[in-house]
Design a protein around this ligand. Structure first.
Ligand code: ADP
Ligand code: MG
Length: 345
């Protein structure tokens, strides 16, 4: 019960939970369901039964909780549609998928990337859907759209859109009026004129990542990917002056949360084994510092938070989609994910 808290409608960090159904394997292994999600597709709370006999329960409240019955369209409409409007109004926005490996982060962010002459699969995730919606909204405006796609592994950045993907990108500080930001030297920013060309970039970059993951088996669970869409729109003020407004949307598929240990606390054995994911850990600290309105936000302590510095805090919008499995054998990781997500509220 102590995990229940009033939901503050004004926070600029929204936290939602998506619970997938049990996998065939979880069903075959008779892994019981320990999470009760809302009946129907969505609600605001979920209950966790702890222990084999469900002797104790914990209730968590979030901005939204998607049950296994919530499909890709529901998640897109509830989570992304408002963010897209904010991006077009000139905000820097970020949507994170956070959770244990195998719980649906990549399914949620990318999903099925098939694009058949403008018709997406029912399993299409947030990125393909966003690209189509964006170009639809921009139809009658003078605007340009560019994309970048980066992978971060072991605190090194790799450009998934570059032909030469062996080059490690460097982040530089970029002091500018009205705020601090960073830039990535040599990062490919590809201008696109249609949703399908954006989806092709996503497909090509994701394919590169898969090829690399077969050579390095922890890459897919320990790396982060950041797909960024930037829109520059020509607008006119009431007094007739032209100006360009820019908005950005970062779509981030994070490393598996099992890589930071319980509640983001540094685990000694994991640290010694070099398994601590610095960027994931720092992201948690940055978000907590923002939520607590702390005077020091530790952006500089990891590559991911430096990369996203101009999109976290201040005039920005952030949404975290925490993904979980309902099965008993994942209970410990599920609690860890829900605690992390809850602290971001
Ligand atoms: P992660 O990226 O978190 O490691 P994945 O997105 O790869 O996990 O999901 C693991 C598997 O579960 C994939 O086969 C994926 O298609 C499936 N899956 C995940 N979430 C859902 C969901 N909500 N509905 C249907 N299938 C899902
Ligand atoms: Mg994945």
């Amino acid at each position: 019960k102590d995990f229940e808290r009033e939901i503050n409608e004004d926070t600029s960090i929204h936290v939602v939970v998506r619970c997938r159904g049990r996998s065939d394997r979880e069903i075959k292994e008779n892994n019981g369901v320990v999470l009760s999600t809302p009946e129907g597709v969505k609600g605001k709370t979920l209950d966790l039964s702890m222990g084999p006999n469900a002797v104790s329960n914990k209730t968590y409240a979030f901005d939204k909780v998607f049950s296994p019955a919530a499909d890709q369209t529901t998640v897109y409409e509830d989570v992304v549609v408002p963010v897209l409007d904010e991006m077009l109004a000139g905000y820097n926005c970020t949507i994170f998928a956070y959770g244990q490996t195998g719980t649906g982060k990549t399914y949620t962010m990318s999903g099925d990337m098939t694009d058949t002459l403008g018709i997406l699969s029912d399993d299409a995730g947030i990125i393909p859907r966003t690209l189509y919606a964006l170009f639809h909204k921009l139809e009658d405006t003078e605007s340009t759209v560019k994309c970048s796609f980066i992978e971060l592994y072991n605190e090194e950045l790799r450009d998934l859109l570059s032909y030469d993907d062996s080059t490690k990108l460097k982040i530089f500080e970029n002091e500018k009026k009205g705020g601090h930001s960073t830039m990535v030297q040599g990062m490919e920013e590809t201008y696109i004129d249609s949703a399908s060309s954006g989806i092709r970039l996503l497909q090509t970059g994701s394919h590169k990542r898969q090829v690399a993951a077969t050579k390095c088996n922890d890459l897919s669970s320990r790396s982060h990917t950041v797909f960024t869409i930037t829109v520059l729109t020509k607008r006119t003020t009431d007094s007739g002056e032209d100006y360009v407004s820019s908005g950005k949307l970062n779509l981030v598929d994070l490393a598996g949360s099992e890589n930071i240990g319980r509640s983001g606390a540094e685990n000694k054995r994991a640290t010694e084994a070099g398994l601590i994911n610095k960027s994931l850990l720092t992201l948690g600290r940055v978000i907590n510092a923002l939520v607590d309105k702390s005077s020091h936000i530790p952006y500089r302590e990891s590559k991911l938070t430096r990369l996203l510095q101009d999109s976290l805090g201040g005039r920005t919008k952030t949404c975290i989609i925490a993904t979980v499995s309902p099965a008993r054998n994942n209970l410990e990781e599920t609690i860890s994910t829900l605690d992390y997500a809850f602290r971001a509220k």
